[in-house]
Design a protein around this ligand. Sequence first.
Ligand SMILES: Cc1cc2nc3c(=O)[nH]c(=O)nc-3n(C[C@H](O)[C@H](O)[C@H](O)COP(=O)(O)OP(=O)(O)OC[C@H]3O[C@@H](n4cnc5c(N)ncnc54)[C@H](O)[C@@H]3O)c2cc1C
Length: 440
Amino acid sequence: MNNRNERWQGIKDNPQYPVVIAGGGINGIGLFRELALQGVDCLLIDKSDFVAGSSSKSSRMIHGGLRYLENAEFRLVREALHERNLLIDNAPHYVSPLRTTIPLFSWLGGMIKSPLIFFGLPVKPGGRGAMIVKGGLTFYDFVTRKHRRTPRNYLSSKQKALRDIPGLNPNIVAAATYWDARITQAERLCIEMIQDALKANPNCRALNYVRLDGAEKDAVVLKDEVSGESVPVKLQVLVNATGAWVDVANAAIGLETKFMGGTKGSHLVIDNRELFDALGGQMVYYEHGDGRVCIVFGFMDKVIMGSTDIHVDDPDEARCDEDEISYMFETLRDVFPGLKVSRGDVVYKFCGVRPLPAASGEFSGKTSRDHSIETTEPDGGRTFPVLSLIGGKLTTFRAFAEQTADAIMSRLGVERKTSTEHIPLGGGRDFPSDEAARAR
Ligand SMILES: Cc1cc2nc3c(=O)[nH]c(=O)nc-3n(C[C@H](O)[C@H](O)[C@H](O)COP(=O)(O)OP(=O)(O)OC[C@H]3O[C@@H](n4cnc5c(N)ncnc54)[C@H](O)[C@@H]3O)c2cc1C
């Protein structure tokens, strides 16, 4: 059933699925695959192209989240490092280790601030020096000691760092190098996961340009954005995996929620040979004067730099604006004062919204990047529960999908058939995993 009209017709002919997943980003698709592999029939829809949301607007890092250690998010960092290493194994066609260097401007900076942040005091992050960074990286290496997929971190002298990365700010005192990972094509990985799911369970369906548009007692109303036609689909569980749009999609089915507090993040794609060569295939991860962490790295034959972190109310209105471009150039000049990079080198810009939980904190960078499920139980007018997925990164999608699938299966009375921890993703099956292939 490859024709879109036939698939829409198939849904209309038999409008009932135990599970409907609204939102085809990494989290909805990861869950679709997870449930299909357990033999659960489900329907995945997206109002737009699959992976059109923040899953295609990220920094493409598959990372433990070094910065989250300062917020004492050890559980998240442990989980993310574990998932990072699984992705290096299961999706070697897109995920590979990434050498990352942090320029350090002091030895002892952050020794007072970071512990205060760690204990939850409302202190603006920033000024992290060599000792604090080294502590975080040592934790990284310790957590991954039994399933090591990347080399250990090390500190370099100022002289060595300036030799290795031409144009770097000469005011550094040292540099720290460690490894995380990168994903080259998150979009393709997602499409391959949909294909894996449909192959594992042919009763599942995935259709884009279909919007979650309303609810009846025991059904959701799905609207075909192509024909304008609507159809009620009966279900037992609804998963709202619409990322930054979670509250908007809940409103469409009559639920008033305030789960989300998304922040937009923009990136610039830069065509500048000098900067590309200076990076030498690695990422530079640096702190700006305002405490925000920024990144710059080579991608194909260009350089990507980002990102900002600004609260937005309406995800549909998020754009990379002039102020953000100025800000990103300012941060780059601070770290690479020796290189000439101009606005004329920008060939593309993109902006996405992080599906973060609503938070009252003053500094958006401190909002938890962990994931959670908000369950709205059935009420008089609605017979099915709604599971809203909050947060969830590219890195941790499998773990989040596993936790959500377990919650759904316990409601459906279905036993887990298999763990997805060691199942290759899409074209990762039989992909040569030697170092040469990884370094391509
Ligand atoms: C700037 C930035 C940088 C990031 N960097 C990283 C990184 O380096 N590493 C990392 O691991 N994570 C990163 N993230 C986080 C990560 O990208 C997101 O957390 C993740 O992609 C969220 O996926 P999602 O599936 O929840 O949401 P999305 O990918 O946004 O998917 C939601 C989908 O729901 C659909 N939808 C909305 N409303 C409806 C409706 N009514 N009916 C049907 N469908 C609907 C949308 O069209 C969309 O496709 C970054 C995020 C941003 C914004």
